[in-house]
Design a protein around this ligand. Structure first.
Ligand code: ADP
Ligand code: MG
Length: 719
């Protein structure tokens, strides 16, 4: 008999075990039994051939329609061409070499599983030298109804070259026969409460379901294992950060925060006020705040962050604001100073009485300025320090850092956030406010950001102008592209400004590829200058410009000294120039859905409607065009982030490449399994509250440890 921890070698033999280990990274009985079928084929129901894609490794259930034998042209021997069908479409299987026994076996009318890589051959689909297993439908005489269901269902496994689905299936059967019922990792009360079968039952049923109902409940149980493992880790994590101490910053009357509110040139939106109150209460507390603030582009997150930072300054402590790029950091510093006016000029002529200092600290500052900035941070003279990762460098020290605000966190590496958490010393953690304009579906927030409280700004400040988006299919309608540049000139003629975004800088060495490389900033600029945009003042911005140059360009654009800014995605986040009204995105299909949404948020920030033109050569009907159409159809960031999630592999969301790996979410879908995620979160919360180390629940402890390998746990830790 065997248990889940046993090595496969002892159960399925060395040859198969080696194949499973090298092709699929499966080593133990548990690994194999958690390699679940990708789908289930029904005997008699053939696989839809129309759904196959070139390059895919597929397993199809099909009927042999005809066979022909042709001599090989170049060598001795022959090709056996076997045409298989799903009843309407055909696929050719080509077998090379002289194998008369194959010809005898592969008779028209027989049904089998065929596995291999799909290739295109003379405008039709082909499997070259596929592996196959014939299945004869006339062998199920005299079986009971239950076994009948079993014999009709064929599990199809994620397979690999040389290790077809049916070989995996055989190994699984062999293993299941040997499997011993061990104590279930989920305690009985939990299974009863949620109507879940035992692990033993579920593993049998997912591989060899005897009915649809049994399969459904097996999947539910196994999804629970995954959801609960993640939620247990998060609950433990919330508990341990909650137990840390943070520098308390109670609000103070008559301080800089009040002075700022009094001179605010606009009314805060209701959302800004509410979120502000929640943050204020958190900051006053002794435990670190860990809050995620999501809000559409332009919803006014910066003001919320600034008010929080001022409360910290009033408490005599410091706040740091981190941006993903130097351009943004510089811009943030500038706009914070602008918003604060004389409140940001402590110690300067004309500085207000209750003033503080906003200090920019980035890697590219000239040595003297940098030294001064470091000094300001260390002495506490700077109440607010703005920067990038450079702020996390070991040589930067703060007098009393109490709050860290991270802007546009999706561009901010996990490691940086981690470095930051450990900044304030031994058992003290600063309060952390993470801001993002990419709304995150609730379930993802509960899983990936499960240790953060989330708040959202749902309304835009009034007077915000709508953005309209249009896809420009440059391949089908070249005339439209001319119209794009005309349109841009019209806006400039009205006194507005424009962005042109390209996927590439253009200073890379030429690539070997024959297909056209994406449009590059450095190539496009001269074309525009000498062509459709002749006479306009054009600026260039990309990540490889020296820091001060980037800053100068941004400043010139903000001051209206440039009409057009041709840039890479460095302008993606946070750049705020209300006079910019048009954005043209070249080769828009090269960008992700959320990224496009971010980008277009740069226009329509003033009182004039924004226009975003998505130029693409992707053809109608492709998935690239479908993504662009989605961006065109809605400006609801929430909808788009859902769509983005559907288009990406869910594994990617959890960071590391999880696919095919032992750990990770295999069955659980962050989009569709909201119910399970929410329930398991409540269970985890309850269990961890009563038993923080899970000593009373060895099964759950093992589940969490098992399913979440080190790498992932580390990732979740850092999120
Ligand atoms: P984001 O959430 O994208 O970071 P910002 O904080 O940059 O948005 O705000 C965008 C613009 O809206 C800024 O110019 C800001 O001053 C302005 N703004 C913020 N809150 C309000 C408000 N309540 N009423 C009017 N304008 C506001
Ligand atoms: Mg912002």
């Amino acid at each position: 008999m065997a248990v889940l921890a046993d090595r496969l070698t002892d159960v399925v033999g060395a040859r198969t075990a080696n194949a499973l280990a090298s092709a699929l990274d499966l080593h133990t009985v548990g690994d194999l039994l958690r390699h679940y079928p990708r789908r289930y084929a029904q005997r008699g129901e053939l696989t839809d051939i129309a759904g196959l894609e070139i390059g895919e490794h597929v397993t199809v259930l099909a009927r042999i329609e005809s066979t022909t034998k042709k001599p090989m042209r170049t060598r001795k021997g022959s090709i056996l061409e076997v045409t298989i069908t799903d009843g309407s479409r055909r696929l050719t299987c080509a077998f090379f070499g002289n194998q008369t026994w194959r010809e005898r076996e592969l008779r028209p009318g027989r049904t089998g599983l065929f596995a291999g890589k799909v290739t295109a051959f003379r405008r039709s689909l082909q499997l070259a030298n596929p592996e196959y297993e014939l299945i004869d439908s006339d062998s199920d005489d005299g079986l009971s109804t239950v076994d009948d269901f079993l014999s009709r269902i064929i599990p199809v496994y994620p397979a690999a070259q040389g290790l077809p689905s049916w070989r995996i299936s055989k190994a699984v059967h062999q293993t299941l026969e040997m499997l011993d019922a061990e104590p279930d990792p989920l305690p009985e009360w939990l299974r009863r409460e949620h109507g879940l079968p035992t692990l033993f039952e579920a593993l049998h049923a997912i591989h060899r379901p005897r009915s649809d109902a049994e399969l459904r409940s097996a999947r539910m149980r196994l999804k629970w294992d995954e959801a609960l493992a993640v939620q247990l880790v998060l609950a433990q994590r919330r508990r341990s950060t909650g137990g840390r101490t943070a520098p308390a910053c109670p609000p103070k009357s008559g301080g800089i925060a009040e002075a700022f509110d009094e001179r605010l040139p606009f009314r805060l939106t209701e959302g800004q006020r509410e979120v502000g109150e929640a943050i204020s209460a958190d900051l006053a507390g002794e435990h670190p705040m860990n809050r995620l603030l999501q809000g559409e582009v332009g919803s006014g997150k910066t003001v919320v962050a600034l008010r929080a930072m001022l409360q910290v300054v009033d408490a005599g402590r410091q706040a740091a604001l981190l941006a993903p790029t130097e351009v943004l950091a510089a811009q943030h510093a500038r706009s914070l100073r602008e918003l604060l006016g004389d409140l940001a000029r402590a110690g300067e002529l004309g500085g207000a009485e209750r003033a503080t200092r906003v200090t920019l600290l980035t890697g590219s500052l000239p040595a003297r300025q940098r030294k001064q900035a470091l000094l300001d941070a260390a002495s506490g003279a700077a109440g607010i320090v703005v920067g990038t990762h450079a702020l996390l460098g070991e040589h930067v020290s703060f007098a009393d850092l109490a709050l860290v605000v991270i802007d546009e966190q999706h561009r901010f590496g996990v490691e940086q956030r981690d470095a930051l958490r450990s900044r304030a010393g031994e058992d003290i953690s600063p309060h952390v406010l993470v801001m993002t304009a990419t709304p995150i579906p609730r379930t993802v927030a509960m899983t990936v950001y499960g240790d953060l409280e989330t708040s959202s700004l749902r309304q835009l400040p009034s007077g915000r102008s709508p953005i309209s988006t249009t896809v420009v299919p440059a391949a089908e309608k070249p005339a439209w592209l001319e119209r794009v540049w005309q349109r841009l000139r019209e806006e400039v003629a009205e006194g507005h400004q424009a962005y042109v975004v390209c996927p590439r800088i253009g200073d890379e060495p030429p690539s070997e590829k024959t297909e056209r490389p994406p449009v590059a900033v450095l190539d496009l600029v001269p074309e525009l200058e000498n062509g459709p945009l002749a006479g306009l003042r054009i600026g260039v911005l990309h990540g490889r410009l020296p820091g001060d140059e980037k800053d100068a360009v941004m400043r010139a654009f903000a001051a209206g000294e440039l009409d057009v800014l041709v840039a890479t995605t460095v302008i993606e986040v946070g750049v705020n120039v209300p006079n910019a009204t048009v954005m043209v995105i070249m080769d828009a299909d090269r960008f992700g859905v959320s990224q496009l949404h971010q980008l277009r948020g740069r226009v329509g920030r003033g009182n004039v409607p924004g226009l975003c033109l998505l130029v693409t050569e992707a053809l109608e009907g492709t998935s690239a065009r479908a993504r662009l159409a989605a961006v065109e159809s809605t400006t609801d960031g929430f909808e788009l982030s859902k769509l983005d999630l559907e288009l990406r592999r869910e594994g990617d969301i959890l960071g590391a490449a999880q696919s095919g790996k032992r750990s990770g979410l295999k069955l659980l879908s962050l989009l569709r399994d909201e119910e399970i995620i929410a329930r398991s979160r409540r269970v985890a919360q309850r269990v961890v509250a009563a038993d923080p180390e899970l000593t009373e629940h060895p099964g759950l402890a093992a589940l969490a440890a098992d399913m979440i390998d080190d790498e992932r746990a580390e990732y979740l830790e850092k999120t």
